[in-house]
Design a protein around this ligand. Structure first.
Ligand code: SF4
Length: 117
């Protein structure tokens, strides 16, 4: 298993070589928010999953930052991530692929704060 301080935008690329690749847990949500913000200039607005989805994902991540995230927050995060599969170009698709690696291999970071037991 590989756990290093990869940039989020390189995550899917690394995951192809090692399916267990995951990000350092420390500041993961902040890293993710920073990555999504860096993608704003690339988002042209032609399709909903990317144009609206990325903004919604960022708002959900804000809930983790301010401590108001719930299980519903995580469920919505998963749905919006999977919706990115229907993006019209590689911008949205790549964001979705990187997000999916996080949901697959860093799930506990998003689940622990919202679990009910
Ligand atoms: S996925 Fe591509 S086409 Fe769709 S909004 Fe993003 S940049 Fe535009």
């Amino acid at each position: 298993m590989t756990t290093e301080s990869f940039e989020v935008n390189k995550l899917f690329e690394k995951w192809i070589q090692d399916g267990n690749t995951k990000l350092d847990e420390k500041d993961l949500v902040i890293q993710l928010k920073s990555y999504l913000e860096s993608q704003h200039p690339e988002i042209c607005g032609k399709c909903t999953p990317c144009r609206d989805g990325v903004v919604k994902i960022e708002k959900l991540l804000d809930k983790y930052v301010d401590g108001t995230a719930t299980l519903k927050t995580l469920t919505e995060l998963e749905e919006l991530t999977y919706n990115l599969r229907s993006s019209r170009c590689s911008v949205g698709l790549d964001i979705g692929k990187n997000m999916e690696v996080i949901l697959e291999n860093n799930y506990n970071v998003l689940y622990q704060p919202v679990k009910k037991y």
